[in-house]
Design a protein around this ligand. Structure first.
Ligand code: UGC
Ligand code: NI
Length: 163
């Protein structure tokens, strides 16, 4: 069992796995006669394969208990997957770089601050949605289309929080 302490999520630390979606750490420009700031193109939506298209969904997730024990990570080889909290919910992010094998030394665990969303790039190994404290509602953008788009990799993990 590999035990990891979740570290605060930052755009730089998450770069090997995808993007952090956050209006506080992204550039913007004015639109709508200056009434709106557009934080533009924050994450790459990847939709690969036959009849691929982008899906917009809402996940309503029940909270997990900490320490979080995992028996697998999953990946979506044909598309990215983004999670954006709708009510400042914090969640645990566990990731490993794309590849057919997972090196336990490459697994990273993060905790978001409620304002952050994430976009897993296609093929990034990740834990399934793991919201903290209370029921969470997330806007999800990922890939629809033909063929299988979810692989699982067995790995025993225990994620703790420094709080
Ligand atoms: N299965 C599904 O749509 N969700 C997972 O991919 C997940 O990452 O939570
Ligand atoms: Ni997923």
């Amino acid at each position: 069992m590999l035990e990891l302490k979740a570290e605060p999520l930052t755009p730089k630390a998450f770069m090997p796995f995808g993007e952090v979606i956050d209006s506080r750490t992204s550039d913007s420009f004015p639109i709508n006669t200056g009434r709106t700031q557009r934080h533009h193109d924050l994450a790459r939506v990847e939709t690969l394969g036959e009849n691929a298209r982008a899906l917009i969904s809402i996940f309503v997730s029940q909270p997990i208990r900490v320490p979080l024990e995992l028996s697998f990570l999953e990946r979506h080889p044909q598309g990215s997957q983004a999670f954006m909290p709708l009510h400042e919910e914090r969640f645990i992010v566990v990731v490993a770089p794309p590849g057919d094998e997972i090196d336990p030394d490459d697994v990273r665990a993060f905790v978001t601050d409620g304002r952050q969303g994430v976009n897993y790039r296609a093929g990034t190994w990740h834990a399934i949605q793991s919201v903290l404290e209370r029921e969470g509602e997330f806007l999800v953008v990922d890939r629809g289309g033909e063929g299988s788009n979810c692989d699982e990799y067995p790995i025993e993990l225990r994620i703790t929080l420094d709080e």
